[in-house]
Design a protein around this ligand. Structure first.
Ligand code: SF4
Ligand code: SF4
Ligand code: SF4
Length: 319
């Protein structure tokens, strides 16, 4: 299937309708056309006759797995991109979902469009993009045409997780890994800086943060019933937009994701301030891969590195 192959999508819609009819699922979480250009919106299909709302294209940017913890114990269907599916693996590992309760449409995903990149290429604010659509491998904005590959989300351009890790049915043809080089090239640039320069970069990036917590809300692996930011007994931090509060929040959230973040980029895309959260998270993802040989979201039976112990674990940091 190429992007927009209607016959493959029709077949998936029929499968979802069958799951709903037979009672295998109570609800299917997918995408429908959005009201904002180049952005699909999550949709919750409960009746077989509503499956025609389901779409799949490069505007389907949300990681819908973020909704799954709200349906604990229910029978749920869901559409996931390659990277998103790895979050299901993570939730299975952490006992948050039961595989038998899920019906998964796994998409072989060529990438999702980054509206900020579209705006940057056109030299206009994002909010000025009001007439845009995707046709094949092109993004049409008003009278202008951009190549879709040039305006994909940065993580998609070096993606090595196009294929779903867990699924019942698939959508799309397998996608070859990007030839555009090291998925952690942005991390290497950060690592090449001195400690002071890295801190300055981190602090500068967070100057724009307004502590809206959209990054947390978009993340499938941030599912605590009460997040540390909302706890009042004890209160962990003051929730002001003073630099130390913003830095505290990001450091704690990032470390809570160590060895668990699957690199889907949903948090970064959700940030209204355009903060490069991906840079912080990928720094820890790269460390976990290099120190423990572990790539989160690969294997539901694997033991996550931060909850297990091996005698040959890296331990030079222990005095
Ligand atoms: S990171 Fe990979 S799987 Fe995820 S949206 Fe981008 S191309 Fe698709
Ligand atoms: S922290 Fe961001 S990139 Fe990592 S799993 Fe959560 S939403 Fe995806
Ligand atoms: S989404 Fe962006 S602005 Fe909001 S808390 Fe996260 S980093 Fe800060």
């Amino acid at each position: 299937m190429t992007r927009g192959d209607m016959s493959a999508l029709l077949s998936v819609r029929e499968t979802v309708a069958d799951w709903l009819r037979s009672g295998e699922i109570e609800v299917f979480i997918g995408y429908e056309a959005g009201t904002v250009p180049l952005r699909a919106t999550p949709t919750f299909i409960r009746k077989p006759e509503d499956v025609d709302r389901l779409i799949w294209d490069a505007t389907c940017e949300n990681n819908l797995v973020a909704f799954l913890p709200k349906y604990r114990g229910k029978k749920v269907g869901i559409m996931v991109k390659g990277c998103d599916s790895r979050a299901i693996v993570g939730l299975l590992q952490e006992g948050q979902v039961i595989r038998e309760n899920l019906r998964i449409v796994g998409v072989h995903c060529p990438g999702v469009v980054d509206v900020r990149r579209v705006a940057a290429q056109l030299g206009v604010p994002v909010e000025n993009i009001d007439d845009a659509r995707i046709e094949g491998e092109q993004v049409i904005v008003g009278e202008q045409t951009l190549a879709l590959r040039d305006v994909l989300f940065a993580g998609c351009q070096t993606c090595v997780h196009h294929a779903p890790a867990v699924y019942d049915v698939t959508l799309g043809e397998p996608v070859a890994d990007s030839a555009e080089g090291d998925p952690f090239a942005h991390v290497r640039e950060m690592e090449a800086l001195s400690a002071d320069e890295r801190w300055a970069r981190f602090a500068q990036e967070l100057e724009r943060c307004n502590l809206c917590f959209a990054c947390r809300n978009a993340c499938p692996m941030c599912y605590c019933n009460i997040c540390f930011v909302d706890r009042t007994m004890p209160r962990w931090f003051n929730q002001t937009t003073q630099p130390e509060d913003k830095q505290f929040y990001q450091i704690i959230r990032t470390f809570h994701l160590a060895g668990r973040c699957v690199g889907c980029g949903a948090c970064t895309r959700a940030c209204p301030q355009g903060i490069n959260i991906r840079l912080f998270l990928d720094t820890l993802r790269a460390d976990v891969q290099e120190l423990y040989g572990y790539d989160a979201g690969e294997d539901a039976e694997a033991k996550p590195p931060l909850t297990t112990y091996r005698e040959d674990d890296y331990n030079d940091f222990i005095l």
